[in-house]
Design a protein. Structure first.
Length: 409
C-alpha cells in the first residue's frame, strides 16, 4: 500500500453513543482518528494512526509561538543555559515591584519639591534637581573608577548589590518629604543610589547574558531581555497607576505597601541570583570548591552555586608587587625565589607573585597553594574541576595586575 492509499483510507470513527444521562454538547474541536495497516516491501505490517483537529488549535499554536518569539530566544529552552526561564521570571517580578515603588517614590519626590504647595519656590525646586543630577553623575564616576575591574569577577554579588542600592534609593526618596529640612541631602543620596544601581546592573548584565547564551546567541538574548524589560515596564506603570489611585492620600497605607513591595523585591532578587550557575572560578566560588575538595565532596556546578555566598566574601590578591612582600627577610625571599626558578609563580610571605607569562590556570594553581593545598594534590584538583565542567581559562580571581621576573644572576 502506498502513502497515497493511506491518505484515501477510510476513517474509522471512534464514537460512543451517549447514555440517557449524558448530554452531548457541540464542540468546536472535533477529532477523527485514522487507522490503516501498511505493508512495505513484504515487511511486517505496521499500524499508522493520525489524529486531526479543526483549524482553531493550529491558530492557537501559531499565536502562542509568536508570543514566545517576542520574549524568548529562538530554540528555547535548548538554546540557553539551565535556569534561564526561572531567572527571567524572578527578574520580571523584581522589576515589576521596582516600577510600582518608583511611582510611589516619585509622588513623594514631587511633594518634597513643592508640587501643590503655594509657598514653594520654582527656583528652589530647580536647584534641588540640579543638585540631584550632579550627585548622580559623581556617584557613577566614582563607582566605575573604583570597582570596574571587580564587576566581572563577582557577578552574582554585584547583581544583588545593584538592587539593594535601588532599594536604598527608593527608601530615601520616600523619607525625603518627611524631613523637609534635609530634603535636598536625602534626595541627592537617593539619586546617587539610583545611579550606582544603574552602573552595577549594566556592568553585570552582559556577563549574565553571556552565561545564558550557549549557542552563540548573545546578541539575540540581549534583544529579548530588552523586550521583556519593556513589557514589565508597561505593566509596572499600569499597576503603579492603579496602586496610586487605590492608596490615594493615605500616607500610612502607602508606607505599608512600600515596605511589603520592598520585601518582595529582595526575595525575588535573591531567588533570581540563585538561578545563576556560573562556571567560571572567582574568589567566592574558589573557597567553596577548595572546601568541598578537601572534604572529598563533588565539585558540580549546581552544588557550588548553592553554597556560594551572596555577600562580598574576603579577598586574597594574586599578582602582588615587591612592596607587598618587603617585610619578608632577605634570606627567606632569596631562597623562595631560587626554588621557584622557572615556575610561573612564587609564594612569598603569604602573598603570590606571578611571572609575566602566567596564565589563568597558573594563577589558579597559585591560589591553590595560598589556600594551603599540597602541591601533590594540585593535579587531582585540576582534573576534578575539568570533570565537573568548570571554566579555568577565564581569569576571574582577584589579581592586582603586577608581574615580577626573577632569575639567577
Amino acid at each position: 500500500m502506498s502513502w497515497a492509499d493511506v491518505v484515501k483510507a477510510p476513517v474509522v470513527a471512534r464514537y460512543k453513543p451517549p447514555t440517557p444521562t449524558t448530554r452531548v454538547r457541540p464542540s468546536r474541536r472535533r477529532a477523527a482518528a485514522r487507522a490503516v495497516e501498511l505493508q512495505e516491501d513484504g515487511g511486517p505490517a505496521r499500524v499508522v494512526s493520525e489524529t486531526s483537529t479543526d483549524a482553531l488549535a493550529p491558530r492557537r499554536r501559531v499565536r502562542r509561538a509568536r508570543l514566545i518569539d517576542v520574549f524568548l530566544p529562538e530554540g528555547y529552552p535548548r538554546s540557553v543555559a539551565p535556569g534561564y526561564g526561572a531567572y527571567q521570571l524572578w527578574d520580571a517580578l523584581q522589576g515589576l515591584t521596582s516600577y510600582v515603588r518608583a511611582n510611589l517614590a516619585y509622588k513623594a519626590t514631587l511633594e518634597g519639591l513643592g508640587v501643590g504647595d503655594v509657598e514653594a519656590s520654582a527656583m528652589a525646586g530647580a536647584l534641588a534637581n540640579v543638585a540631584r543630577d550632579a550627585s548622580s553623575s559623581l556617584a557613577g564616576l566614582l563607582l566605575a573608577y573604583g570597582c570596574s575591574r571587580d564587576f566581572g569577577r563577582r557577578v552574582r554579588q554585584w547583581r544583588l548589590a545593584a538592587d539593594v542600592a535601588n532599594d536604598c534609593g527608593l527608601a530615601l526618596q520616600m523619607a525625603a518629604p518627611l524631613c523637609r529640612d534635609r530634603f535636598v541631602v536625602l534626595a541627592c543620596l537617593a539619586a546617587a543610589c539610583h545611579c550606582a544601581c544603574g552602573v552595577m546592573a549594566g556592568a553585570t548584565k552582559a556577563s549574565i547574558s553571556r552565561h545564558f547564551a550557549v549557542q552563540g546567541n548573545f546578541e539575540e538574548l540581549v534583544s529579548k531581555e530588552g523586550s521583556q524589560e519593556q513589557f514589565v515596564n508597561v505593566l509596572g506603570l499600569l499597576l503603579g497607576y492603579y496602586v496610586l489611585k487605590v492608596l490615594n492620600e493615605s500616607t500610612k497605607t502607602v508606607l505599608i505597601a512600600f515596605v511589603l513591595l520592598t520585601l518582595l523585591h529582595v526575595l525575588a532578587n535573591i531567588m533570581a541570583v540563585r538561578q545563576l550557575r556560573l562556571r567560571t572560578v572567582n574568589e567566592p566560588r574558589f573557597r567553596v570548591l577548595m572546601d568541598r575538595f578537601l572534604r572529598n565532596l563533588p565539585l558540580d556546578v549546581a552544588a557550588v552555586g548553592d553554597a556560594e555566598p551572596l555577600l562580598v566574601a574576603g579577598r586574597r590578591r594574586l599578582g602582588c608587587s615587591l612592596n607587598d612582600v618587603a617585610h619578608v627577610p632577605a634570606a627567606a625571599a632569596v631562597a623562595a625565589l631560587v626554588a621557584a626558578e622557572g615556575r610561573p609563580f612564587v609564594i612569598l610571605g603569604g602573598e603570590a607573585l606571578l611571572a609575566p607569562g602566567a596564565t589563568a590556570l597558573d594563577a589558579l594553581e597559585a591560589r591553590f597553594a595560598l589556600a594551603g593545598g599540597p602541591a601533590a594534590r594540585w593535579p587531582a584538583f585540576r582534573a576534578a574541576l575539568a570533570a565537573a565542567g568548570w571554566d579555568t581559562a577565564t581569569p576571574l580571581l582577584d589579581d592586582a595586575g603586577c608581574r615580577v621576573r626573577w632569575h639567577k644572576v
